[in-house]
Design a binder for this molecule. Sequence first.
Ligand SMILES: C[S@@+](CC[C@H](N)C(=O)[O-])C[C@H]1O[C@@H](n2cnc3c(N)ncnc32)[C@H](O)[C@@H]1O
Length: 281
Amino acid sequence: MGSEGTQGAGEGPDDVAVSGAERAFDTSVAHIARVYDYWLGGKDNFAADRAAAEQAIAAYPDIVFSVRANRAFLARAVRYLAGEAGIRQFLDIGTGIPASNNTHEVAQSVAPESRVVYVDNDPVVLSHARALLTSGPHGVTSYLDADLRDTGRVLTAAAEMLDFSRPVAVMLMAILQHVDNAENPYAIVATLLGALPSGSHLALSHPASDIEAEAQGKLAERLNQTMAEKVTMRDRAQVTRFFDGLELVEPGLVRVQQWRPASEHEARSPAGLWGGVGRKN
Ligand SMILES: C[S@@+](CC[C@H](N)C(=O)[O-])C[C@H]1O[C@@H](n2cnc3c(N)ncnc32)[C@H](O)[C@@H]1O
């Protein structure tokens, strides 16, 4: 059983219960949350993570731009969801170590009453849960230490914090590449969206096997040699399948830097991920 914590109106960070946050973890093997943190310029990583991250950079130097473009896409998608789409509830699975523009910060900057449930299975992310639980006075953020593949547990726990009779945005940013085909990632996404009402959304990004295919192939090969979590890159058609039954909002499934970019500069940033937002009608 993992750990959960919640902070909402009137509570200070000291009131947050995140039991088990100091549980032991193995630093000798690279893990994606810390490798990704290194690519983003963070400090929450260990020697094995840095070595794996550097090997990946050698295979695909644009990875450092790619992860930044992914974070920028995340922020634009949340701004769209909280703004134009009117979403007030977010289920962000595969949260990552806190970086700039975390989902609750963007959502609550648009709609202060936004409720955000974060889910990750990495103990280092768990140890940062307090930083993710700093809501404004009107919003609520919660953290759930759980595995995406355990959809039953994720949905049961999230339903205690979110109102499933009202629309929810499920965020699956750069996580589904860690669910291989044998684990049926499409059924996982369908189960999550199936539990939510019409008006709910899916925001998703996924490393692409068909953008800079050769370099991305080398990147996946290196990561699969060095990291605990294995990587399955997917092409545009395979990523599009995650949106089956949903209506893709404009501009559809595109390279993440081209999803409603804020500037020409942003649109030109190199990035090897597909990204999109879909609506359940
Ligand atoms: C590449 S990072 C992406 C972080 C963030 N979503 C973003 O786009 O900036 C992937 C995150 O997913 C988490 N993750 C990977 N597999 C998972 C699983 N099966 N269940 C829950 N979290 C998982 C990792 O621990 C990591 O924090």
